[in-house]
Design a protein. Structure first.
Length: 237
């Protein structure tokens, strides 16, 4: 009886080892340069909030529209949105208000910038069907019109207001995505907000070993675990 047990155990072990070997053979080898978890945030502007009276007026209008569009509470805004920078800038069509901020949900941090025009050049004739004045600062209702029409590069991001992600840590999320991509390693590129769903997306990538100009890109929706994985050139000549 003991010999039969040992024989069966040996066969089971061999089958397990063969299965593991076959999985390792199928897994593709890639390389990437790992960095600290939040190094990607260094690439975004980290200035100061504009404290001029005009900035404060339009920052308050932005916040009101942001809260309304995304159906979030004041408490949710205070807990998950961290304002980083704001400024007013002139460009060809007029003057715009811009604001950059972090969206923080658990361990995930995404940076985003919203902007909307606050004064249209008097001589500008773009968007003639919009009933908005030219050559003067826009009112709250005027700005709502241009934002809804996404006119003059005016837009406020869509954000789905959840409080908990599908993954407890960044490392768990990257490991999950690495397994789905069937590669040995992936490196975090950034976390961003998908403009269509309002979900936080973890973007990663790596370069195939022994391949010329061939990389893998793998994205993971941190709200529902959906993945998007594809090959792409590492660079374009």
């Amino acid at each position: 009886m003991e010999n039969i047990f040992n024989k069966n155990w040996t066969i089971t072990l061999l089958i397990t080892l063969l299965f593991l070997c076959s999985c390792n053979e199928d897994k593709q080898t890639v390389s990437c340069a790992k960095t600290d978890d939040y190094t990607y945030l260094d690439g975004y502007p980290d200035g100061a909030l504009c404290r001029e009276s005009l900035c404060i007026v339009y920052q308050n209008i932005w916040k009101e529209f942001f809260v309304e569009k995304n159906a979030i509470t004041e408490d949710y805004f205070n807990q998950h949105i961290e304002l980083k920078t704001s400024y007013i800038q002139d460009w060809n069509s007029g003057t715009s208000f811009c604001i950059g901020y972090y969206v923080k949900i658990n361990w995930a941090i995404a940076y985003n910038t919203d902007q909307f025009i606050i004064k249209i050049e008097a001589s500008n004739t773009d968007y003639p069907n919009l009933n908005i004045p030219r050559g003067t600062y826009l009112t709250k209702e005027n700005i709502k019109t241009v934002v809804n029409a996404q006119a003059f590069s005016s837009d406020i991001i869509k954000l789905t207001p959840i409080k908990t992600l599908k993954f407890n840590t960044m490392n768990n999320a990257v490991n999950f995505l690495t397994k789905k991509a069937n590669v040995n390693s992936l490196c975090l590129k950034r976390i961003y907000i998908d403009k269509f769903t309002g979900h936080l997306i973890l973007e990663s990538g790596a370069q195939y070993d022994n391949e010329v100009n061939k990389c893998i890109r793998a994205n993971l929706d941190l709200f529902n675990e959906e993945t998007t994985i594809f090959d792409t050139p590492c660079w374009i000549d």
